[in-house]
Write a protein that binds this ligand. Structure first.
Ligand SMILES: Nc1ncnc2c1ncn2[C@@H]1O[C@H](COP(=O)(O)OP(=O)(O)OP(=O)(O)O)[C@@H](O)[C@H]1O
Length: 254
């Protein structure tokens, strides 16, 4: 469903060129909830944004649903992006629009008729259980509710793929569980393939079936979580998995 082939990204900085993502390849199959985990600055968000070309790769190819995004014109890319939803750590809602108007926004961009928009907004708000907040403004919502609106908005155009950039990092543990449950339901019930960036192993363990580990711009290891025994090979993957095991056993880290 998503194929990233030898994609890389450099940034120009005052001190020279900085390689945020060095040639990386990733294959996300239909139905996966695929995690990308790593510490801050590892290049996770950059890699995610390379998938829908919010960041333009310096090299490599990106395919989503069999279509090569890296070969499209601007107009074709705008259209292709309609089948790729995205949610963010800080929700990125439009504060001067109501909940309904936020969810309707991508439908307006896609030139969907008003009648269809009203119907689809209603459906999406039902999916995330926020029908009663349709006329509220984002400022009146909790963090969890804001993320549910963002999910509804991301689903409006019936995407095949949902990209999630640290979707629960701004939320408390209880709300995190609720949002992860929504994402899992969307994956199972609606058949949406999910690629999710996080620095928290508990998020990966909760909903992902596969995870790629990133360190200093490199994808260093890919692990299937459906394997009976998970055996991380690299030091960073061992550290991330062992931290999780230690936390479960109640061992404090200093
Ligand atoms: N536009 C930019 N210009 C220069 N450097 C950038 C730019 N965007 C990201 N970087 C740098 O690239 C590296 C990777 O950033 P990225 O946000 O992808 O990491 P991350 O793993 O998602 O970390 P975090 O969770 O802290 O966001 C960081 O060192 C960051 O400072």
């Amino acid at each position: 469903m998503i194929k990233v082939q030898n994609v890389s990204k450099n940034y120009k900085t005052p001190s020279g060129t900085f390689q945020a993502v060095s040639p990386a390849s990733l294959h996300v199959e239909e139905g996966d909830v695929y995690g990308i985990i790593g510490f801050s600055g590892a290049g996770k968000s950059t890699l995610l944004r390379l998938v829908n070309l919010l960041e333009k790769p310096d090299a490599g190819e990106v395919y989503v649903g069999g279509q090569e995004l890296t070969g499209l014109s601007k107009k074709e890319l705008r259209r292709a992006r309609q089948s790729i939803g995205m949610i963010f750590q800080h929700f990125n809602l439009l504060n001067n629009r109501t909940v309904s108007e936020n969810v309707a926004f991508p439908l307006e961009v896609a030139s969907i008729t008003k009648e269809e928009r009203v119907q689809r907004v209603r459906e999406c708000l039902e999916i995330v259980g926020l029908t009663e907040k349709a006329d509220s403004y984002p400022s009146k919502l909790s963090g969890g509710q804001k993320q549910r609106v963002a999910i509804a908005r991301a689903l409006a155009n019936r995407p095949k793929v949902l990209l999630c950039d640290e979707p629960t990092s701004a939320l408390d543990p209880q709300t995190t569980r609720t949002i992860l449950a929504f994402l899992k339901e969307i994956n199972v019930q609606l058949g949406v393939t999910i690629l999710l960036v996080t620095h928290e192993m508990n998020v990966v363990k909760e909903i992902c079936n596969k995870v790629a580990v990133m360190e200093n711009g490199h994808l260093v290891e890919k692990i299937s979580l459906s394997d009976r025994e998970i055996k991380p090979k690299t030091d960073i993957a061992k550290l991330l998995f062992e931290e999780e095991i230690s936390e479960k056993r109640g061992i404090a880290h200093v």
